[in-house]
Each structure stands twice: as structure tokens, then as C-alpha cells.
Design a binder for this molecule. Sequence first.
Ligand code: MN
Length: 183
Amino acid sequence: MELHHGKHHQAYVDGANAAVAKLEEMRASGDFAAVNGVEKNLAFHLGGHTNHSVFWRNMSPDGGGNPEGEVAAAIDEFFGGFESFKAHFNGNANAIQGSGWSILAWDTIGERLNVMQLFDQQGNVPVGQIPVLMLDMWEHSYYLQYENVKADYVKAWWNVVNWADVTDRLARARATTGLIVPA
Ligand code: MN
């Protein structure tokens, strides 16, 4: 995880900053011929920064156990219980084709929790989904320790999930209801 944080995450921050600088150059020159490539880089690298920023805080050495309070209630409401949610989230994570993330997100329009697959760092999740729990399913996240047995990595990860952080995130996400489509 130290390598993951220091090397991989830093590369996304650098990449996002480089893309922002390129767009500034484009505005200065008025030449937007290369805009598609730069926009792809911006989405990928900014996505990497965003995703890892959530992921690190979603974990704690004192984590694990079952969610309580508002998170437990929301999981019951939208997934029919914690075990059913966990099975869904794990199945979702283990089935991701290629690199990606398994995400529990608050849908600000539907006012509900969704489990979603995020491809690479930026694909397959529409705007308006606010992540509250994210699991990195890129090979770099598990291969050093778990080699090809990613199901064991997913299983072990629940032992470090920081439910206090998830609780804070869900409360803040819910406070944005109406942000995109006002009631
Ligand atoms: Mn990663």
C-alpha cells in the first residue's frame, strides 16, 4: 500500500496537473486540435486521484466489522441487508473485466445507493454518483501480496473498511440531494 500510495497515486496527480496545464496552453494558442487526447488524460488521471483519495480514507487499521446507524439502515433499505450487500459488492468487484473499481455510490438524483463498476479510473459511471466506498481492483492493488487470487484480497479488505469514514461520506452525499435535479 505504501508503494501504491507513493508511486501510483502521485503519478495520477502529476498527470492531472499536466493535462490542466496543456488545456491552458491550448486556450492561449487557440489551437484545440489535440483536445480529445488531453481530455482523456484529464479524465483518467483526475479519476485516479479522486478514486485513491476516497480509497485511502475508506480504510483504517482499526476498521472492519459491520456498519452501524445510518449506513446500516441504508444498506438494509437498498440491498436487503449487509450480507446481501457484501455478496453483491464482492461479486461486482471480482467480475470486473480488466482494471477498475467496485463502488458503493449515492445517486443524487435517484436518492439511493448503487453498487457500480468503474472501468479504468473514469469509465462506466455517470455523473451524479457520489462514491462513499471504493475498492481498487487494479492488479497493482493486490498482485504483490495476493498474486492472482483477487477474491482473497477482496475478502481481506473488509477487515480494514473504515465505517466511520463511510458514515461521514454518506451523510455529506445525502446533503447534496437536489444538486443536479432540484426537487
Ligand atoms: Mn490503485
